[in-house]
Design a protein around this ligand. Structure first.
Ligand code: CA
Length: 233
């Protein structure tokens, strides 16, 4: 369900926003004060987008924006501003808002902005944002800078080819690759030998290094008649 938090102290505007976004297929969570909005935000971690009025009694929309943003990088935030609040627009964007809509606004204008931002938020969610040079998967950590691999904190020596294989699998956990795809990813095209065989041989060696039981591999799984896949829950 696409979930939106609306924070607006003027009931008529709030009702107008709720009505139109519900029609556009969103589930609405309503707050009339900043305090209430933050509480609802805590209780609903699945909120995709927050629509926040700037001018409010008590803590204002900009402060709410800042607080939400500091605990959630992926949520989309749209500020509602009055025309006289040009300066707030700028401040709002610097506080971590993604977009703003100036009052008065048409239902269509708001819905289009929300739809666009929702798409961006979904895209962001699909992209793993690496916070370091490390790829982590189960007990494995692969540092792509130092090229070191560990399993449950114990180092495993890998060759350049094995490093490339691990990197490729850890970047695409759960996805099946044909031998040809794996070959192209790891070896140079001017290799003259049997491509599929060299993939198989290196996978076998890598399994001996990383699997608990290489004869029944759980990490690098065989996809019969096709290739290999990194086993991933
Ligand atoms: Ca207001």
């Amino acid at each position: 369900m696409k979930k939106i938090l609306i924070l607006e102290d003027e009931e008529a505007i709030r009702a107008f926003v709720v009505l139109n976004l519900k029609r556009a297929g969103y589930e609405m969570v309503e707050a009339s004060t900043g305090e209430e909005a933050l509480e609802l935000f805590d209780r609903n971690p699945d909120i995709d987008i927050a629509v926040l009025d700037v001018m409010l009694p008590g803590i204002d929309g900009l402060e709410v924006c800042q607080k939400i943003r500091s605990s959630n990088q992926k949520i989309g935030i749209i500020m509602l501003t009055a025309k006289a609040q040009e300066i707030d627009k700028v401040a709002g964007l610097m506080n971590g808002a993604d977009d703003y809509v100036t009052k008065p606004f048409s239902p269509l204008e708001l819905t289009v902005r929300v739809d666009n931002l929702y798409r961006r938020v979904q895209m962001m969610k699909g992209i793993a944002i690496p916070d370091s040079d490390e790829l982590k998967e189960g007990p494995f950590v692969l540092n792509v800078k130092s090229r070191k691999l560990t399993k449950s904190d114990r180092p495993i020596e890998v060759t350049q080819v094995e490093f490339q294989l691990m990197k490729h699998f850890l970047e695409h956990p759960g996805k099946a690759f044909s031998r040809e795809e794996i070959f192209r990813k790891v070896w140079s095209d001017n290799f003259g030998g049997d491509r599929h065989k060299i993939v198989d041989v290196n996978i076998r060696r890598l399994r001996i290094k990383i699997e608990d039981d290489p004869s029944s591999p759980q990490y690098i799984q065989t996809v019969w008649g096709f290739g290999y896949r990194w086993g991933h829950e």
